[in-house]
Write a protein that binds this ligand. Sequence first.
Ligand code: ADP
Length: 405
Amino acid sequence: MTATRVLVLNSGSSSLKYQLLDMRDSSRLATGLVERIGERTSRLKHTVLTTGETRETTGPVTDHAAALKAVAEELGRDGLGLDSPELAAVGHRVVHGGSSFTEPAIVDDAVLAEIERLVPLAPLHNPANLTGIRTARSLRPDLPQVAVFDTAFHTTMPESAARYAIDVSTADEYRIRRYGFHGTSHAYVSRETAKLLGKAPEDVNVIVLHLGNGASASAVRGGRCVDTSMGLTPLEGLVMGTRSGDVDPAVILHLARVGGMSTDETDTLLNKKSGLIGLCGDNDMREIRRRVDEGDEQARLAFDIYIHRLKKYIGAYYAVLGRVDAIAFTAGVGENAAAVREAAVAGLEELGLAVDAGLNAARGDGARIVSPEGARVTVAVVPTDEELEIATQTYALVGASHDLT
Ligand code: ADP
């Protein structure tokens, strides 16, 4: 029997999301998540996509190892378990691959040690990712495990974009540089955008705007990332749901010196209490738009700040690329909020950028063009699919390694 299935695992600090895909046709067989891991009220929601059946269980799930075991049991009830001979590999989302991982990697002890070494760069995420890998390995030691890194797509950035202008020896000692995140999404969306234009990725320059709760922009020249807005951590760049994005670094010094704020307090302020929620008390763009439509000034200002930052990055990446073929909007806000797309390109007609009001307002499932016919730059909505991208990269690597043996 040929093994054609890939289980994709995304272990967050207190959650585990998963999808089982069949790579013959990229179809989903099952999907689900375990939430509130470590609490008494953990919840496992499992959907078998072939039958449409959804099962939910609640009760304490102590840690990620217990969560994955529960997931394996759920999958096993429909003959889709980790012991299935049709399972080719497990693909793990790993947040930080530093400068070491420019590609996905088949997990061995050396890869695990390197992900561990990168924990100081992603103290919340990499430990959870490591636990996911270790648990899957212990449940099926013979099965290839592949680590797919959020940072990998951005490792092609030139030094001029990746280095901060701070003392070189200090930067090198602490591995301080722009790494960028959401890489699987930027890779997938930039390729899908080329497809939408009917061109090869090598022949197009794209600005990708990944606007979810976390948000990042990237400049992609001929399929390779040349700049991205997130930096050493996912805090830099665009205004996000709860993160500030760019601020003068001296704000942090000021808060410490004048406000007496500790490192942890500033961390919480900038990562959890800033961005849209800090500006207007809501981080969901649907709610913000509803308030704007009702004339709420605070929501209006939050929206305007969000758009102003977005526009600055569009302009910056236009300049970085020199020639732009397409701008792709993706993730929860990018795919759904027509008002954000419209406002982001408003007034940029001189740059060849505009949306067609009708096309932009129309809803649709797949990738679609929302700029007027004949526009110099195509503005597109391109739904992201990070799980499919992880599964594709995992399957390609496992297939390739099989060919070698
Ligand atoms: P993440 O994966 O970063 O948690 P998503 O890409 O799922 O986020 O995006 C979530 C966000 O998308 C929500 O916080 C909300 O602001 C926004 N969103 C989802 N649906 C809509 C919609 N119909 N209109 C406007 N915004 C939406």
